[in-house]
Design a protein around this ligand. Sequence first.
Ligand code: NAP
Ligand code: FE
Length: 366
Amino acid sequence: MQIYMPTNVYSEDNCVMNHRKELAALGKKALIVTGKHSSRINGSLEDVEKALQEENIPFILFDSIEENPSIETVMEAGELGKREQVDFVVGIGGGSPMDAAKAIALMIANPAMDESILYKNEKLPALPVAEVPTTAGTGSEVTPYAILTIHARKTKQSISHKIYPDLALIDSRYLKTAGLDTLVDTAVDALAHLLESYLNTNANSYNRMYSEKGLSLFAEIREELLSCRRQGEKPAQTLSDRVFGTLMQLAATAGMAITHTGTSLPHGLSYTLTYEMQVPHGKAVGIFLPGFLKYYQNKDEVQFVLDQMGFASVEDFTEYLDELLGKVEIPEGLWIEDVKSIMANKAKLKNYPFEMDKTTLYAFRR
Ligand code: NAP
Ligand code: FE
């Protein structure tokens, strides 16, 4: 059994300012990486800029990371970082800017190399990375993964390099500007990480501790999430500080879980949906969670995770998710192609502890 969790994680209000010395200790000049808008609105970018200014660390900003970041965008930011001779990277935002920050850190640390290194199994250095999450979903602030869109293959895939953030600065106040869909979709992503890690070929007692804790955190807030959906109001108007704090903790805990196991079939199936139908990541994954539990062969383990979440049966869980997420109609042709590609994806299939066949996988669609 093994556990390796090297990221230094702080989680509290005013986290960035409180730990600005640790942030500044990562280097002499920073590249800040964000999405297009949200970090300006939720205060995270201002906090990071202020923290670096107070520590006399110069920085430059790349603020054009799109959702499901592409290799092209990573290369553009990498060129900027090289030109400006930065020596560490700060990712601020949801999983998209946080993942991009890791891949950019790899490209800057290997200035003579081209994009082919992203998917090469070769040990290469990367610049130090700090992450400031503003969604409660991916857990990218603690995971070594960086999932990029590969337009040439019309899908998404994690780069081959495991780049652990050196520092994760988690402040749940940033989450309060998130809209209902973003909040719900990302919470379901975190839930999927907990389930796909627990029910995984690579699972052991250590990573299962993260999943157990995370699933019980989800049980604490699941009714509040659903009632927010039913009322259709802005989360900040209905949810308490406690719920925002729990969501952030849940996401980081789920990240620690998948760090050790990787994800499984729901994540594998989701990427085509996101690429072809623009279904947000968490929602695309959530569609397949009921099928994943329904057909999972170890029924005791399924009952255990249902108990942790506070559901009596897979049917109860399905009903809950349908109401929380809404449904997505997946066109037949796209679905057949998706199933075919996962059946050919040995890396994804090996995280599933039992034999999987085409007919069962096909039945994951609802
Ligand atoms: P995201 O793509 O990072 O962001 C989704 C949207 O939410 C963007 O429009 C973003 O706006 C906005 N947003 C972010 N924070 C906000 C806030 N506090 N208030 C209001 N709006 C906010 O979404 P995500 O679900 O967090 O990340 C998804 C990506 O992470 C996918 O590429 C997925 O494959 C990857 N992922 C990574 C891991 C991992 O372990 N590394 C695990 C699972 C998924 P702006 O663009 O303006 O910022
Ligand atoms: Fe995910």
